[in-house]
Design a protein around this ligand. Sequence first.
Ligand code: NAD
Length: 257
Amino acid sequence: MSLKGKTAVITGSNSGIGLGVAQELARAGADVVINSFTDTPEDHRLAESIGKDHGVTVRYIQADMSKPDQCRALIEQAGACDILVNNAGIQHVAPIDEFPTEKWDAIIAINLSSAFHTTAAALPMMRKAGWGRIVNIASAHGLTASPFKSAYVAAKHGIVGLTKTTGLETAREAITCNAICPGYVLTPLVEAQIPDTAKKYDMTEEEAKQKVILERQPSKEFATVEQVGGTAVFLCSDAAAQITGTTISVDGGWTAL
Ligand code: NAD
């Protein structure tokens, strides 16, 4: 599978799943734009090293995905966007009656609304190019719920709905839109939940990982960023041309329960 000549924009990709997806798309030959809200020398060095590793052009563009105008500016600055991966995301865990309003607003803005803005900006470019792939990184929490994750579960169900609508609006064109629904992947977003979980259940952090975090993942293994990235590459392939408006789970069986 070669994505040579295609430009991929991945939101929130200086860490975790976004970085893994960027690396797999670069490995498949795509030129890549990586992004986050920061603008550090390390961000630019990361872009340079992915480019060198895979012999493709990799740029870092700073844009805050909580801001609609910056979401659209990211796509405009990229100049081309054949593949759009909406990945930026944050988490906050609290009961609904204690859930801070600003956390709700930030999660909806970053995990859901940003994908609407980038998609709106990218579709005209894809139509002009006559080809496009949109991959939304949803979650098992886009198909099922957990307590204390109201904003995250609402945003992820929302992005599955946006995926279906985008798939329908582009169904007669060579453009597809799908969502990948990972179960637990050991990234900074999940690692941040481990100390509190261990404390809450009076366990070691290793026990918390195995007995609490992976409790709902029947494989009892974390999915990897390479597996999510490989699934994104598949969705960009010709074999996936008739897959649109749907979800693919990478969750060790979680949603089969
Ligand atoms: P992570 O914390 O490692 O990465 C999140 C990325 O988003 C980082 O690059 C961060 O810089 C970026 N980001 C955060 N706020 C941003 C903003 N305002 N503007 C631009 N970028 C911003 O987390 P991750 O686990 O890699 O999560 C990536 C995506 O995968 C999220 O949408 C998350 O919901 C989803 N996901 C993760 C898991 C998991 O188990 N890790 C499971 C299912 C879905």
